[in-house]
Design a protein around this ligand. Structure first.
Ligand SMILES: O=C(O)CCC(=O)C(=O)O
Length: 214
């Protein structure tokens, strides 16, 4: 085992940003755990190819997704309504681990499956009204590294790139979602598959949760 990079650790770094809080746990899940979780999720989740309407045209979003959570935590974005699938043992195990360090109880999770470098999510904030003011978003990554980019909504000089490796956990809280946008950009160089899980707390049942991102 490389001494500099412990197999599995709760160590974290605070990433200093204006108007928000970012806490990064590079090794929360060990390589073995990450491999097992990645394979279970890839093979057992019923991945969906959602479509959105942009300027009257229906287009597939550039990644596969799935929505899980407590009963009634409906999610709606870009005209698509998704009812949560019930929690699976794998998701509950991952959730338990991040709840230990984040000290909150998440009630839903959006899964994104980026098949290769051409999959992406464009600039957006997780700031739907269902998440209330100053939401905590718990983002777990398994698989190939992708770059998570952030830019401040009003101060155009403020930008940040953070590589999210296999087994890492990024916690966004405070006013981050109100002041910053984030994305996973497409790349031209070859990148393997990655699964991202963004755990959330939805405060109301069966309400509209409008988000427009492609
Ligand atoms: O894949 C990621 O790291 C980000 C996912 C994301 O931004 C989202 O689901 O809202």
């Amino acid at each position: 085992m490389n001494q500099l990079f412990p197999e599995n650790s709760n160590e974290f770094e605070e990433i200093p940003i204006k108007d928000g809080i970012l806490r990064f746990y590079p090794f929360l899940f060990s390589p073995k755990e990450s491999e097992v979780f990645f394979t279970q999720l890839k093979e057992n989740v019923k991945w969906k190819q959602e479509e959105i309407r942009i300027h009257g045209k229906i287009i597939p979003i550039p990644r596969l997704t799935a929505w899980f959570g407590d009963a009634g935590k409906t999610y709606m974005y870009s005209g698509i309504t998704v009812e949560p699938e019930p929690w699976t043992p794998t998701l509950l195990e991952i959730k338990r681990k991040i709840e230990e360090v984040s000290n909150v109880t998440f009630n839903s999770v959006l899964l994104n499956y980026y098949r290769n470098e051409r999959d992406s999510v464009s600039w957006h904030s997780d700031d739907e009204s269902e998440l209330n003011k100053n939401p905590i978003i718990g983002s777990v990554s398994f698989g190939d590294v992708r770059t998570f980019q952030l830019k401040h909504k009003t101060d155009k000089t403020l930008k940040l790139n953070k590589d999210l490796p296999d087994g890492s956990y990024l916690e966004m809280s405070g006013s981050t979602q109100h002041h910053w946008l984030h994305q996973i950009p497409k790349r031209t160089r070859k990148i393997g598959p990655r699964i991202n899980l963004t755990f959330r707390i939805i405060w109301r049942n069966n309400e509209r949760n409008i988000e427009c991102k492609k």
